[in-house]
Design a protein around this ligand. Structure first.
Ligand code: NAI
Ligand code: NA
Length: 396
């Protein structure tokens, strides 16, 4: 079977099994090349199949030899359809990990549900006893609340007024103006319900109630801040309210973990091309300018570089974890450097359909986007027939 990218709007409907596998291998090689981290030993990653969560799993396994359990929501291949990328990523990760003698098991289902929490708890009890790191890296447009059964949908809207700014269609390179109508109170509440901290706290409560968190265990969830430029649609919009809630939840969780000397952090990560971020208006234009500037300065990073640095230089240095005035870990430090932001702000003013090819990194954006689905990976021969991957080793 020859698989090609098939695009619909901001999503790609196909994924390439070997391309995804190669992506995972490249991330593994990167982590190995950076040397051992005196890090976690038994790790639960919630949202483990793509983006920052996958990088967190790979860094734990290959940086610190950790046993990992990954939870995610991915589609298996079906008649006439490839699997979703996270399916292929996980199949490749499990295979590599087992060949390297590492424990790895996976659970595919709705992490917001009680059923999947229970299933994870049973697996930890049976196989690991306890975990010493829980990474919370979900990005979802919907959440069915486990108690009320209400289906909440998150939105990406400004609060208080209409927001108008530039955006780019990264497929065509066309820069245009977009206006986004403000959120209602209901939009805000729904977005907080999906992307805020409630579910993270539910996971930690459930694990702790069963005594599955080791003495000194750490839990980390991921957040984003970004520049003034994107504030109306991100940090001061509906998703920002959810991130405020997530960040406040870190303190609540930290309090609950005091008796086991556990720690709860939010890590603020860099803006990167993932399935989640490419759906946010304005952000792709910002990212394409940011990539150009950060690459020129030699400080560009992808998800694996970010998370390897998070573990090696923040979480597991042997010293206290450095945090900002709001208690957050900052691994977005290079993105937020004053000189970098000043350059991006200037380019933003200049950005048009005509100037973007010279001042922005749209090819880098597109290539990162396609590589999320296993396309445009250097080492892969796309003319060659590819094998479907119907099974994930270690899937419980
Ligand atoms: P992603 O879309 O690559 O990963 C999302 C993960 O969540 C996948 O493993 C997916 O299977 C899983 N998932 C989604 N719904 C699920 C459900 N109901 N049950 C179980 N698993 C489910 O997203 P990305 O970008 O890695 O985002 C992870 C976190 O990082 C989010 O909190 C996001 O806000 C944050 N972040 C993202 C940044 C970016 O630029 N992409 C920047 C800073 C933070
Ligand atoms: Na993730």
């Amino acid at each position: 079977m020859i698989i090609e990218p098939r695009m619909r709007g901001f999503i790609c409907l196909t994924a390439h099994p070997e391309g995804c596998a190669q992506n995972v291998k490249n991330q593994i090689e990167y982590v190995k090349s950076k040397g051992a981290i005196n890090g976690p030993k038994k790790v639960l990653v919630i949202g483990a199949s793509t983006g920052f969560g996958l990088a967190s799993r790979i860094t734990a396994a290959y940086g610190s030899g950790a046993s990992t359990i990954g939870v995610f929501f991915e589609k298996a291949p079906s008649e006439g359809k490839t699997a979703s990328p996270g399916w292929y990523n996980t199949a490749a990760f499990e295979k590599e990990a087992h060949a390297a003698g590492l424990y790895a098991k996976s659970i595919n289902g709705d992490a917001f549900s009680k059923e999947i929490k229970d299933k994870t708890i049973e697996l930890i009890k049976a196989d690991l006893g306890q975990v010493d790191l829980v990474i919370y890296s979900l990005a979802s447009p919907v959440r069915k609340h486990p108690d009320t059964e209400v289906l909440h949908r998150s939105t990406l809207k400004p609060i208080g007024g209409t927001y108008t700014n530039k955006t780019v269609d990264f497929h065509t390179g066309k820069v245009s103006e977009i206006s986004i109508e403000p959120a209602t109170e209901e939009d805000i509440a729904n977005t907080v319900a999906v992307m805020g901290g409630e579910d993270w706290a539910m996971w930690i409560d459930a694990l702790k109630a069963e005594n599955l968190l080791a003495e000194g265990a750490t839990t980390v969830a991921y957040s984003y801040i970004g520049p003034a430029l994107t504030e109306p649609v991100y940090r001061k919009g509906t998703i920002g309210r959810a991130k405020d809630d997530l960040e406040a939840t870190a303190f609540k969780i930290a309090d609950k973990l005091k008796d086991i000397e556990g720690k709860a952090y939010v890590s603020v990560n860099k803006a990167l091309v993932t399935q989640a971020s490419s759906a946010i208006p304005v952000i792709p234009l910002y990212i394409s300018l940011l990539y150009k500037v950060m690459k020129a300065e030699g400080v560009h990073e992808g998800t694996i570089e970010q998370i390897q640095r998070l573990y090696a230089n923040r979480l597991y240095t042997g010293n206290a974890v450095p945090v900002d005035e709001k208690g957050r870990i900052r691994i977005d430090d290079w993105e937020m450097r004053e000189d970098i932001q000043a350059k991006v702000a200037k380019l933003w003013e200049e950005a048009t359909t005509e100037t973007l090819p010279a001042i922005g990194d749209l090819p880098g954006y597109r290539s990162d986007f396609l590589s999320l689905f296993g396309f445009e990976i250097d080492q892969v021969d796309y003319q060659k027939d590819t094998q479907e991957v119907v099974e994930i080793e270690g899937l419980v």
